[in-house]
Design a protein around this ligand. Structure first.
Ligand code: NAD
Length: 425
């Protein structure tokens, strides 16, 4: 019990750090853009935050009560949008910070959305298929008044997938009494999912890596890459980079990491990973995640969880380019250290915006009832990501600021303007 309390306070502390650093950059971005203090007061928190308790009948007959959240950061631009994560470390503060990030991402890739986020405190690795279905449906029942295709549109995130989205869409359609695929994105294709959605985040990261490499005169073909995390984002990304001729020398999961300076056999690893992105348990010669981050490579892609590059290890990072596929993997102090060391750091709000971009394409297709091919999706995604990368890179160069601050400036501007035109500020 005492240990649990200590773990909870560490989680809360970490979430407070993430929220605190997000607010600091939002504040600086708004100041640089010349907005008054009240704009920051509006945008520093989610406009709405719902906490729900979800009873689920477990396989052993007992009833377990889970806690979940849904945050809606700012809906001046349009409905809010963002993933739902199933993870033991979910906290209200974390969900709040992640919703702010979603607003920034939507602004960066110019989508007609504000940011939202959801989470349930649970460990899906220890739950059966039936229990997960009960939890997914229970969550939708609990938040159904709060969300909807023109209000707030959920999507997958850590430890949630297209099956979970399908159960959630089915539950919402039952409550709403008609088929409503636009309620949620990241669905299976047969239920109105979009081609390319599952790999969209990774594809967006790959596009951004190509653009970043050009700026550093680095050929992606032959470059040494480390990808932390082998889940949805990390595994597709490793495959895309491997297929593009990069040498993926390191990968990891929650339990450890694999490193081989000659390059790993990504196809072999993909065949053997489980649905939670676990692979290292099949090997003896593993290293730790921290050792992996500090290992030799040209490009480092944290694609797992928050707070991985900190002031403790930032000066040991060997990569020339760091691309944040995960949300919040680098602390503020670490961002400063990496920037001082001349590293090119591509921030999360830009690098991982491919997922929400194709989620937007999925929602558009659901609304119009007419579906695009994978090639059409790819082309639109490339266009959006390349434009966003170059706008942010150029802003960072012209204003002599790091790419994170440049991205936040682009990200908050549309939201601030929409709030102003609506007469909110
Ligand atoms: P996932 O659940 O599919 O995979 C997570 C991976 O990280 C797994 O391999 C897991 O073993 C590993 N992991 C978990 N805890 C870890 C730890 N403490 N240390 C090292 N590895 C750990 O999740 P995902 O969808 O790939 O998301 C990964 C990151 O990318 C998250 O930060 C998420 O918010 C972000 N992201 C994902 C998407 C998407 O569409 N999937 C979109 C935007 C951002």
């Amino acid at each position: 019990m005492v240990a649990d309390k200590a773990a909870d306070s560490t989680k809360e502390e970490e979430a407070m750090n993430i929220l605190g650093s997000t607010r600091t950059v939002v504040k600086t971005a708004l100041e640089r853009l010349g907005y008054p203090e009240e704009v920051y007061e509006l945008l520093k928190d989610s406009m709405r935050m719902l906490k729900v308790r979800i009873p689920v009948r477990m396989d052993d007959g007992s009833v377990k009560i889970f806690t979940g959240y849904r945050a809606q950061h700012n809906d001046a631009v349009g409905p809010t949008k963002g993933g739902v994560r199933f993870h033991p470390d979910v906290t209200e503060t974390e969900v709040n910070a992640l919703a702010i990030w979603m607003s920034l991402k939507a602004g960066i890739v110019d989508l007609p959305y504000g940011g939202g986020k959801g989470g349930i405190i649970c460990d899906p690795r220890e739950m059966s298929f039936r229990e997960l279905e009960g939890l997914s449906r229970g969550y939708v029942r609990a938040i159904s008044q709060f969300v909807g295709p023109t209000k707030d549109i959920p999507a997958p995130d850590v430890f949630t997938n297209s099956q979970i989205m399908a159960w959630m869409m089915d539950e919402y359609s039952r409550i709403d009494e008609f088929n409503n695929p636009g309620f949620i994105t990241g669905k299976p294709i047969v239920l109105g999912g979009s081609h390319g959605r599952e790999s969209a985040t990774a594809k967006g990261v790959t596009i951004v890596i190509n653009e970043a490499a050009k700026k550093r005169n680095l050929e992606v073909k032959g470059a040494k890459v480390i990808v932390q995390g082998f889940g949805n984002a990390g595994s597709f990304l490793s495959k895309f980079l491997h297929d593009a001729g990069a040498k993926v020398v390191g990968i990891s999961d929650a339990y450890g990491a694999l490193y081989d300076s000659e390059g790993l056999d990504i196809d072999y690893l993909l065949d053997r990973r489980d649905s939670f992105g676990t692979i290292t348990n099949l090997f003896d010669n593993t290293i730790t995640n921290q050792e992996l981050l500090e290992s030799d490579c040209d490009i480092l892609v944290p694609a797992a969880v928050e707070n991985q590059i900190t002031k403790e290890n930032a000066h040991k990072i060997q990569a020339d380019i760091v691309v944040e596929a995960a949300n919040g993997p680098t602390t503020m102090e670490a961002t400063e250290i990496l920037t001082e060391r001349g590293k090119l750091l591509v921030p999360d709000v830009l690098a991982s915006a491919g997922g929400v971009t194709v989620s937007y394409f999925e929602w558009v297709q659901n609304n119009q009832g007419y579906y695009w091919t994978e090639e059409e999706i790819d082309e639109k995604l490339h266009e959006n990501m390349i434009k966003a990368f170059n706008t942010i890179y150029d802003t960072s160069q012209t204003r002599q600021i790091d790419m994170r601050l440049a991205a936040y400036m682009i990200g908050v501007r549309k939201m601030a303007e929409a709030s102003r035109f609506r007469g909110w500020i």
